[in-house]
Write a protein that binds this ligand. Structure first.
Ligand code: HEM
Length: 148
């Protein structure tokens, strides 16, 4: 199943009642750093980040989102690839990921770019999940070639 739309009701202690839009790389850094600030203790997502060097991962994600929003060309990787190796990654993880991301963005920013980053996050999460489903189906077909 594809990820559901993230909840728009969540917020955190940094709620800003007069938010401005995302304006540049510094704001992207704020979002990415806040997203990962306590990821290790997230009950749903934490385990996936046990062995991740966040000091190396965060700049990659800042490059990624800067390229998406501002066409900086600073990210040239293959964003899906590491996710294919994550054991048991499924819809509920993407829902949780989108809830966290939405909360981080909406509590700090509002405007067309804030809308854009959330729309792109939802699109990419859906694509990632569709790819994971295809990999799983292909794996089952390979293992059980006579089924159905
Ligand atoms: C379902 C929840 C998700 C989990 C548990 C997850 C976890 C991870 C992990 C463990 C890595 C590898 C980090 C490393 O070893 O340095 C990674 C990389 C990455 N993730 Fe995710 N991720 C999730 C969803 C997403 C989504 C929805 C996006 C984008 C909208 C995204 C974007 C990226 C990017 C751009 C990279 C870097 C790829 C590279 O190294 O070039 N992730 N993620």
């Amino acid at each position: 199943m594809l990820p559901a739309s993230p909840s728009r009701t969540s917020s955190d202690a940094s709620d800003n009642h007069n938010p401005r839009d995302i304006e540049g790389r510094g704001d992207v850094e704020t979002i990415v750093t806040a997203f990962y600030s306590n990821i290790a203790s997230d009950p749903v997502l934490g385990r996936f980040f046990d062995d991740v060097d966040l000091d190396a991962h965060i700049p990659t994600l800042v490059d990624f989102w800067s390229s998406v929003l501002f066409h900086t060309g600073t990210y040239r990787g293959r964003p899906f690839d590491p996710h294919a190796a994550l054991d048991g990654l499924e819809a509920r993880h993407f829902r949780r990921w989108l809830d966290r991301f939405t909360s981080v963005v909406e509590s700090r920013y509002a405007g067309p770019r804030a809308d854009q980053i959330l729309a792109r996050a939802r699109q990419i999460a859906t694509v990632f999940q569709t790819k994971l489903d295809c990999i799983e189906e292909a794996d089952i077909a390979r293992r059980f070639p006579d089924a159905a």
